[in-house]
Design a protein around this ligand. Structure first.
Ligand code: STX
Length: 332
């Protein structure tokens, strides 16, 4: 974009006018909320991770006079119950169950067609959802494309991105070195994701928590080019977040996000007629920009904005700017 142009900042913070817990079976109840204009165009915010949950800041990406803004916490995280930090069963947590949950929420809220907005894992799930239910989607706004292919998991969790963040990578390796030893960890072919799976479910709470923190810190410390203020999140809440985030992500990545036979790029013919805006930071280390390039290449109607000075996070100024322009574009 033209560097002379002032970059936009999010809409003011707002509170929900309605919220609830949706029973989706399997003992799972999902926190959902609506804010903005009850008569506006429905927009669904699909959060990242998986396991990241929604926050009040997510409401601010949409004009509250034009949109009925719908946030939902996916199974096992955020304000949904049971929470993975409390031992929620990951056997009932898969991509296809999450897709079915979104459909159930749509019906429960009386939405016919919604705009679907997602970042990172939220793009994987938004695309999987749209491919299953294209008739209920008006369009997509996608930030930080993640297609959850084995090569993407290898890149970020098995040593690719370590070439760019060797300092942060040491923190990621630390729990693995304690459990498996340097000989094993540094041997070619060592599976960091499988090793983390063992630690995150080893039964010793202190070890599980240390692993969850290390996994989560690797991801948060590589997500943004912005100076990172100390979030002050070094408390019980932060530990609960880390346990859910690390266990849910690791569970999905251990299973290649359950996409075997249904890879996102192989099913684009189902949704390539839908309008879409793709926003991706040039220096995204978590999800390399090639993901967005490859998606755009098979989606002729999509607009792609590569932000020249951004990493992965939604809060990168150039990324926020293009996302706000995109959601405004889909207003009535
Ligand atoms: N996971 C990318 C993702 O969805 C591969 C993601 N990365 N960081 C986040 O989500 C949080 C901002 C939720 C920590």
């Amino acid at each position: 974009m033209n560097q002379q142009t002032t970059r936009r900042t999010p809409y003011p913070g707002i509170e929900p006018y309605e919220s609830g817990m949706l029973d989706v079976g399997d003992g799972q109840r999902l926190y959902w909320e609506c804010s903005g204009n009850p008569a506006g165009v429905p927009v669904l915010f699909v959060h990242g991770g998986p396991g990241g949950g929604t926050t009040p800041a997510h409401r601010r990406m949409f004009d509250p006079t034009a949109y009925r803004i719908i946030l939902v916490d996916q199974r096992g995280c955020g304000r949904s119950t049971p929470h993975v930090a409390d031992g929620a069963d990951l056997a009932v947590n898969t991509t296809w169950l999450l897709v079915a949950d979104l459909e159930r929420l749509r019906a429960a809220l009386g939405v016919e067609r919604w705009l679907v907005f997602g970042g990172s894992w939220g793009t994987t799930l938004a695309l999987a959802y749209a491919q299953e239910h294209p008739e209920h989607v008006r369009g997509l706004v996608l930030r930080g494309i993640f297609l959850c292919r084995p090569s993407e998991i290898d890149w970020f969790y098995r040593g690719g991105a370590a070439h760019l963040f060797p300092d942060a990578w040491e923190g990621y390796l630390a729990p693995l070195l304690v459990s498996d030893g340097a000989g094993a960890v540094h041997r070619p072919g060592y599976d960091h994701v499988a090793a983390y799976h063992r630690l995150l479910h080893c039964g010793d709470h202190a070890i599980e928590l240390a692993a969850a923190r290390a996994w989560t810190t690797w991801e948060t410390s590589t997500s943004t080019l912005l100076p990172r203020p100390d979030t002050g999140r070094d408390d019980d809440e932060a530990d609960r977040f880390a346990l859910a985030f690390a266990r849910i992500e690791n569970h999905y990545f251990t299973h290649d996000a359950f996409l075997d036979g249904r890879a996102i790029l192989d099913r684009m013919d189902r949704i390539s007629h839908l309008p879409a805006v793709i926003v991706h930071g040039r220096y995204d280390v978590v999800c390399p920009v090639a993901n967005a390039w490859q998606l755009h290449a098979v989606w002729p109607g999509s607009d792609l904005h590569i932000v020249p000075d951004a990493g992965h996070a939604m809060a990168e100024p150039g990324t926020t700017h293009h996302l706000l322009e995109a959601t405004d574009r889909f207003r009535p």
